[in-house]
Design a protein around this ligand. Sequence first.
Ligand SMILES: N[C@@H](CCC(=O)N[C@@H](CS)C(=O)NCC(=O)O)C(=O)O
Length: 202
Amino acid sequence: MKLLGSITSPFVRKVRVVLLEKHIDFELVTDCMTGNPPPIEQYNPLGKIPALVLDDGLCLFDSQVITEYLDGVSPVGHLLPDPTRERILVKRWEALADGILEAGVAIVLELRRPEQERSPAWVERQRGKMDRGLAQMSRELGQRAWCTSDAMNLSDIATGCMLFWLDFRFPDLDWRERHPNLGGLAKKLAQRKSFKETPPNP
Ligand SMILES: N[C@@H](CCC(=O)N[C@@H](CS)C(=O)NCC(=O)O)C(=O)O
């Protein structure tokens, strides 16, 4: 299978970490976002990465669909529990991590606009989503070792990819000081081979 993506995208990183944790072979294709039209549009009409092209040609998007698919096709290192409530708790956490990322991406894009076209109110609104999202994660994690279970699963991977992307794009955000328990979780994830092999700034 081919993963269309980039090294810096946190959504792509989440998929790469899942592929590595589950020992699934894949080819990463990174030159798909430039050009007019960019090649990604042949695979995902929304023009977004990640997109996963299966061997039979079917193309999957977005990252939450891809991670669920990958967990289903290989029994190695199960990342989503079977019982509905436990599974939905993991997917809810993944949605929260991805939502914080989407707010962060919106800020990055807004700040790339010419200064006179930027909306401070829009940036503030997105910042509120990030702050509330992180606070809720920290509250729910409490003193537990992992986000939703006794062992690492997709909720932890999604959270790690989000936190490390904040380090990459918002180095001054003091999330570790505000939420030391999230810092502890990040420390454990950073030691895993799958995270070591997928830094956004190699
Ligand atoms: N909900 C999507 C978000 C993916 C996303 O926003 N990817 C960004 C890169 S980090 C992108 O491709 N942006 C290009 C665009 O929006 O045109 C997912 O989880 O896959």
